[in-house]
Design a protein around this ligand. Structure first.
Ligand code: COA
Length: 627
């Protein structure tokens, strides 16, 4: 099946029968332009869960946040929804699912990303820190950068030829379409809803140094890849021609989407600027040659995460970026290397797998075998014309990104006491173990349950993205309380620990199979909107607000290398916590907002390390007793 688009005429006919007063329009997914999305493994479509099942799971998930009285009120609201508005909205979703490959995908792209008006920087785009390097001179930095470019191009060619290994979850083959969306892609700011542009056939990249942009050919017109020496000498040329700091036009892309959209319209009026925008937008990716950030009190991993998330503000590298590009690799002279990625086309895991490919490519020797190719192209400087109005927009964006970067409190660390192997030896799921440790750390500090988002991949379905795992549960709260109760016994704590981990694992299995709560509830809400109905009461209820104000925004992004992804929190009094569990250690990146008096990243890190060790020691000492 190549592409089962919404068959509109058939659909609208049934539709007007079912919903005579509505003027709804299901749109086919517009993202398919220029990219061939295949379903060569005949992946199934995302299911629409049963209404009563979602509602009973929802009631269970809100319990930790409500008093008895509130829970009784919420139960009545849920029952009313199930009997009144729910069934027709459910029918709408089922109908949509029958007529689309994935009933959620376009809604998700729009509501989770493209209609979001906060800056992509910090609020949406993660950074991924690569294994740290030591460069003793510019030549060593450029050697790494040249190999990084070649490794990325190598992967892009493998993607195009369908030669990358197909991801699997257990026996299930996963949807690989996200890989096709990351090279040559750019988000374009538009009023109310941004746009994604795909240019998979591009042959150039853009390199930025000291805010100066250059176009650089990395695939010749007849499809050849330049040799390492040719790429190296192009980079050397860029270094020699970028000593003077350029106007930080790139900083505009870090501003909120409305400000940036207005500045983008201004930029586009000038022909030279418009051509530069086209060159940047169509580039396969950006390579940012960064200057070091002041160290302050940060250790190198935390500093590296700052470079990768926001670039350190106006005096740092935030102008040496184009945050709308899906992929921006960065190579600092101080040995900080990694990438920033714009989240809308892809989840973190494909980016993590790309990372392992590049890191292995750099370590390997295949780059040495590339012969020189015929090309007389040298990097082309891209110089923006910046008038007074644009300068004002740049000044505002600079102030805003400074506030944003100053306000992001980060603590990134490598936890080396144990890794996945220990947890597996206890016959427990490593991911669920870590999630429950995060829950416990939150409870230890705040003494209240923390609504907790974990991403689960729904890529066993065509065009699948994610479902939320609600990691805060009745069982996770019971476990945290048990652990903090000095009068409790180990036996009771172990039962509570296993209950909490197993409840999380059960939710995970539901989520990856498309039977979570949040995407279904979102679909029902958007169905009501499209049908012109009032927002059902269930969405205005305190239970909905409390359980979806995610004070913990977490995900597993696993690389084999010493990599770690980092991103900001979802809510003002929340934390971001991304982790990379490896057999013997775990990388964590904790974030929160500095101006919030309730949160502190270092405090959370300490609580998390203590929680992990408490759980480890509880299991280890009881295992020893048994032996
Ligand atoms: N006893 C022993 N071993 C166990 C176990 C148990 N009870 N439960 C799980 N394991 C093993 C698994 O078999 C697996 O083994 P492997 O390393 O040989 O493959 C390993 O432990 C890891 O399993 P687990 O920790 O349970 O979780 P997972 O790796 O399946 O990951 C999710 C769970 C939710 C993270 C994953 O399904 C997912 O969705 N990942 C994508 C997340 C995402 O989208 N991130 C990007 C956000 S931008």
């Amino acid at each position: 099946m190549l592409s089962k688009k919404c068959s509109m005429s058939n659909y609208l006919r049934i539709q007007s029968f079912l919903f005579p007063s509505s003027s709804l329009h299901f749109q086919e997914n517009k993202l398919s332009t220029k990219i061939k999305f295949l379903n060569k493994f005949n992946l199934p479509s995302l299911p629409v869960p049963k209404l009563n099942q979602t509602l009973s799971k929802y009631l269970k998930s809100v319990e930790p946040f409500l008093s008895e009285h509130e829970l009784a009120k919420t139960s009545a609201i849920v029952k009313k929804f199930e009997e009144n508005e729910g069934p027709s909205l459910q029918k709408y979703l089922e109908l949509k699912a029958q007529n689309c490959e994935n009933w959620l995908s376009e809604w998700w792209d729009n509501t989770a990303y493209l209609e979001y008006r906060d800056p992509v920087t910090v609020f949406s785009s993660p950074g991924l820190v690569y294994p740290l390097q030591e460069f003793s001179n510019e030549g060593e930095r450029l050697t790494y950068a040249a190999k990084m470019i070649l490794g990325a191009v190598d992967y892009k060619i493998l993607i195009d030829k369908d030669l990358i290994p197909v991801d699997k979850m257990g026996n299930n083959v996963l949807d690989m379409n996200q890989y096709k969306k990351v090279f040559g892609t750019c988000r374009i700011p538009r009023p109310t809803r941004d746009e994604l542009k795909f240019n998979p056939d591009s042959k150039h990249i853009v390199v930025v140094r000291n805010n100066n942009f250059f176009k650089m050919e990395v695939i010749t017109s007849d499809g050849q890849i330049p040799s390492f020496n040719q790429i190296f000498s192009q980079l050397n040329y860029i270094i020699k021609n970028s000593e003077i700091l350029g106007a930080p036009v790139g900083i505009l892309t870090s501003d909120n989407r409305d400000n940036w959209c207005r500045a983008y319209a201004l930029l586009s009026q000038d022909k030279t600027n418009r051509n530069i925008l086209d060159t940047i937008e169509t580039a396969l990716f950006l390579l940012c040659l960064d200057t070091p950030l002041p160290k302050w009190n940060d250790d190198t991993l935390t500093l590296a995460a700052k470079q990768c998330i926001h670039g350190g503000g106006f005096d740092g590298n935030s102008g040496n970026r184009w945050f709308d590009k899906t992929l921006q690799f960065l190579v600092g002279i101080d040995g900080i290397v990694g990438l920033t990625y714009e989240h809308s086309p892809s989840e973190g895991q494909p980016i993590a797998i790309l990372t392992d490919h590049i890191v292995n490519y750099i370590k390997g020797s295949s780059w040495k075998t590339l012969p020189d190719v015929k090309t007389d192209k040298y990097p082309e400087p891209l110089r923006f014309n910046v008038g007074d109005e644009l300068n004002k927009a740049v000044d505002i964006a600079a102030l805003n990104v400074d506030k944003l970067s100053d306000n992001l409190d980060l603590n990134v660390f490598n936890f080396t006491e144990f890794g996945k192997d220990f947890v597996k030896s206890q016959k427990l799921s490593p991911d669920s173990f870590i999630q429950i440790a995060i829950q416990y750390a939150f409870y230890r500090i705040h003494k209240v349950p923390g609504a907790h988002y974990e991403s689960a991949a729904t890529r066993k379905y065509i065009h699948g993205r994610t479902e939320t795992i609600r990691s805060c549960s009745v069982e996770s709260v019971a476990f945290s309380k048990e652990m903090l109760d000095n009068s409790s016994s180990d036996a009771k704590k172990i039962v509570a620990l296993r209950n909490a981990i197993n409840a999380h694992k059960k939710y995970t299995i539901d989520a990856i199979n498309g039977f979570g709560i949040d995407r279904h509830l979102l679909g029902l809400k958007l169905a009501a909107k499209e049908l012109g109905k009032d927002l059902p009461e269930i969405y205005k209820d305190i239970a909905f607000a409390k359980s979806s104000q995610m004070r913990l925004s977490t995900s597993q992004v696993a690389t084999q290398c010493q990599g770690v992804m980092a991103y900001g929190p979802l809510v003002p009094n929340g934390y971001g916590c991304c982790y990379n569990p490896r057999p013997k250690d775990i990388f964590f990146a904790v974030s929160c907002f500095d101006d919030n008096p309730e949160t502190d990243a270092t405090n959370f890190r300490n609580a998390l390390e203590t929680s992990l060790m408490d759980m480890h020691n509880l299991l280890a000492r009881n295992q020893q007793h048994k032996l």
